[in-house]
Design a binder for this molecule. Structure first.
Ligand code: GDD
Ligand code: MN
Length: 405
């Protein structure tokens, strides 16, 4: 049976924790088709939180409590809790959940069910059909939550996910949590760490699903969320958003340099004896559908593309993919050949686009240059996918074709 550990930070929660154990552990766990555990992560509470949980764990072998260590803040509680759940409790999945009933225990079951059906990462979402935020929240608070989410969704480019700051989530250990860098979590002392956890989990998850959550309001209002927390959250999201796109930005810059090489080389090759000679070999095709093969400029375009490929290989290797830099003479030759093979597709795209345009619109400098511009987005997308998948192998196949619902 799958073992799911709910990691529940609790700080001075004596008013909630015993009722939580009753409702969650005694009430909900038996209804769930998994081995369920509750791990309370205390931060040296000044009240009876620890005592109550310790007492409850005497009669229940699926209730545990640890202290989060000497660093305070919610993120540290999760770091300690996740590590304990993986190492000591041998969890297959962990959940993030609050102790104050804002995440009503009845929502645990559908989250675990989504996991049992194959999800790697399950998000308890307030912003999908069936989910909600407290009606009694002031308009301002609702707006902050809503627009905050919208902002993070935009900077991280996660249009398919609706709730990026929820504190109610489930993460598979194998392939996801075990690959996350918990030791360098951003802003572990603040709520902002949630965004880093989400970012890393989504990166590693092959299947992410959102399950509705009716976020309840706290019985006694003592939330620690404030403007400082909000700014930190936006800051983490922005940094991650830029970091995420850094590779693509570098790739784009190298691609632009490649475009210049390509465009200049095209003109240099356009009327040379090589391209005229090659075109001449195929002059018999002049009035057929394959007429573009008899065009010197189509051949010039193919040569120009190869020069651009050499440019792109060198600069992507030493810059865009520098963490995966290919070194050693033989390895470089091998990869360069593979790189060429992969970009045969790009040459073919440019060959056809420019060839066809020249046939229909005439062989002028303007048409050739328009052709190269038109072919560029196609060539760039094709290349980016090929480089990441096959050359520098920063993406895995399963990740590339991951499902998201
Ligand atoms: N161990 C430990 N250490 N627990 C803590 C700490 C801490 O430093 N700070 C808070 N907690 C516990 C609380 O006892 C509670 O169980 C849970 O963490 C959430 O704390 P709240 O203070 O109730 O947070 P909130 O209601 O303002 O924030 C909720 O909404 C945020 C935004 O949607 C939480 O669900 C957050 O996780 C969420 O990001
Ligand atoms: Mn709360």
């Amino acid at each position: 049976m799958e073992k799911v550990v709910i990691v529940m930070p609790a700080w001075n929660e004596e008013d909630n924790i015993s009722k939580m154990i009753e409702e969650l552990v005694d009430g909900e766990f038996p209804k769930i088709n998994a081995e369920m555990h509750l791990l309370v992560v205390d931060n040296h509470s000044k009240d009876r939180t620890e005592e109550i949980v310790k007492e409850a764990s005497k009669t229940r072998n699926n209730v545990h409590i640890i202290q989060q260590g000497d660093k305070s803040g919610l993120g540290w509680a999760y770091i300690s809790g996740f590590k304990y759940a993986m190492k000591e409790l041998d969890a297959d999945a962990v959940m993030e959940m609050d102790a104050d009933f804002q995440h009503p225990p009845r929502f645990v079951k559908p989250m675990v069910e989504a996991y049992l059906q194959g999800a790697d990462y399950v998000i308890g979402s307030r912003y999908i059909q069936g989910g909600s935020i407290p009606k009694e929240w002031a308009l301002f608070r609702k707006a902050v939550s809503y627009f905050g989410n919208l902002f993070i969704r935009i900077v991280l480019v996660k249009p398919k996910i609706h709730d990026l700051t929820t504190g109610f989530r489930l993460t598979r250990v194998k392939g996801v949590l075990e690959n996350m860098d918990l030791d360098n979590l951003m802003e572990p002392g603040r709520f902002a760490h949630k965004v880093d956890l989400l970012y890393q989990a989504i990166k590693n998850s092959k299947k992410t699903v959102e399950v509705p959550l009716e976020f309840a309001s706290r019985t006694q209002e003592k939330s620690k969320f404030n403007t400082k927390e909000m700014i930190a959250t936006f800051r983490v999201a922005t940094i991650l958003g830029i970091k995420d796109k850094a590779r693509f930005i570098k790739f784009g810059t190298v691609g632009f340099a490649g475009y210049l090489v390509n465009a200049i080389a095209l003109e240099l090759f356009a009327d040379t004896s090589i391209t005229l000679g090659l075109a001449n070999v195929f002059k018999g095709l002049k009035n057929t559908l394959l007429a573009f093969i008899a065009e010197p400029s189509a051949w010039a375009a193919a040569f120009a593309a190869e020069l651009a490929i050499i440019n792109n290989f060198i600069f992507n290797n030493i810059w865009t993919f520098k963490e995966k830099k290919i070194t050693g003479f033989l390895a470089i030759i091998k990869k360069f050949l593979a790189f060429n093979l992969s970009t045969v597709g790009a040459i073919v795209i440019q060959f056809i686009v420019i060839g066809v345009m020249v046939v229909f619109l005439g062989d002028t400098r303007l048409i050739r240059q328009l052709g190269i511009l038109l072919a560029m987005p196609l060539v760039l997308s094709y290349n980016y996918v090929m480089y990441n998948l096959f050359i520098w192998k920063t993406w895995s196949f399963s990740k590339f074709f991951k499902k998201q619902e």
